[in-house]
Design a protein around this ligand. Structure first.
Ligand code: ATP
Ligand code: FE2
Length: 318
């Protein structure tokens, strides 16, 4: 069965096609704001502009179903993906599968790494969550304020090194020295706004390299600590890293050390499937379709604020 997946929740418009368990194509185009954060209308305009080209490259043969990210995300961006999914569904007379974007990150992580029953760490621009499977996806811990990717993007903006910030901070950090920063972990949850404010203040007296390095060391250690606690609480012995931030080599190394010390297995989603992309949505769609979930094109809808434990079948009940 061939599924075309459409991703448009935030900055990236992507389309990817799978056939059974194989990825046939995965094409995306990312919007980078010239200054400031993502502007919803500009992001949506970007998606409108690139959608035709991205979809014609990704659509390598006639699909049997269309999957699209129905949330969470930015309203105007979500709307573009939903409408394209709807019209393609009508055109091809095929079913539609709405997919939870966060769950798509998790499912492509499982599929690409063959992880079985991990503690999953979903860390991206909008999310920082420690998740496990317990009769469906359950959130065990999360950031109580901003997401780690968002914090990296904001810090990079202060430094004037562009968007996305994560890769730029990673590069800077390679030449930095350590300086103490706030470290806030509360049981299974964590906070990033305190360390953010501190890092911004520190930029007046320390080099960008030192701030980048020390920010990474503290922020990543906090995440590793709560992940290790989740392993201990649940008695699971496997970590799965998913989301755009896990492309960071330093983050992977810190998890490698922790997992080695605990005798736990570490699985990391490959870089090309880590950030927002259409193939992960197609795969997320397949997982749902196999469970019997599909809708008609005219039933498509989107939701800005769903979470990985939201029951989509309930939301799309006619
Ligand atoms: P969500 O899944 O929450 O909707 P998103 O759509 O922003 O968020 P992704 O594309 O999965 O998600 O992740 C983008 C984030 O990943 C950005 O914040 C970006 O800075 C970060 N990122 C990308 N590469 C790296 C890297 N090498 N190191 C750290 N962060 C990175
Ligand atoms: Fe994402």
């Amino acid at each position: 069965m061939k599924i075309l997946g459409i991703e448009s929740t935030a900055h990236t418009f992507g389309a990817g096609m799978i056939d059974g368990t194989r990825i046939l194509s995965n094409v995306w185009d990312m919007y980078s704001p010239k200054k400031g954060g993502i502007h919803p209308r500009e992001a949506a305009n970007h998606h409108v502009g690139v959608a035709g080209g991205v979809i014609s490259q990704a659509l390598v043969s006639k699909p049997d179903a269309i999957a699209y990210s129905c949330g969470p995300g930015i309203g105007p961006s979500l709307r573009i993906g939903m409408l394209i999914a709807r019209y393609l569904g009508i055109h091809y007379k095929i079913p539609i599968i709405p997919v939870n974007h966060g769950v798509a990150h998790l499912e492509i992580g499982l599929h690409s790494t063959k992880a079985k029953d991990p503690i999953a760490v979903y860390v991206s621009g909008g999310n920082t969550q420690i998740i496990g499977m317990d009769n469906g996806w359950k959130i065990f811990g999360e950031t109580l304020d901003i997401a780690l990717g968002n914090a990296l993007d904001k810090l990079a903006r202060d430094l004037g090194i562009g968007h996305p910030g994560g890769p730029a901070i990673e590069e800077l950090a390679k030449k930095g020295k350590f300086t103490e920063m706030p470290y806030t972990v509360k049981g299974m949850d964590l906070n990033y706004s305190g360390i953010m404010t501190h890092a911004r203040r520190l930029l007046k007296t320390r080099s960008p390299e030192d701030v980048a390095y020390s920010f990474q060391e503290h922020a990543f250690a906090m995440l590793v600590e709560v992940s290790e606690r989740a392993l201990a609480h649940t008695e699971k012995d496997e970590i799965l890293l998913v989301g755009g931030v896990v492309k960071n080599q330093r983050l992977k190394k810190m998890y490698k050390t922790m997992c080695k010390e605990r005798g736990a297995k570490l699985s990391v989603v490959p870089d090309e499937l880590a950030g927002d992309n259409g193939a992960m949505v197609a795969w997320g769609g397949k997982v749902l379709f196999d469970k019997g979930f599909q809708i008609k094109p005219e039933e498509t809808n989107y939701f800005q604020r769903i979470r990985v434990d939201t029951d989509l079948a309930e939301l799309f009940k006619p």
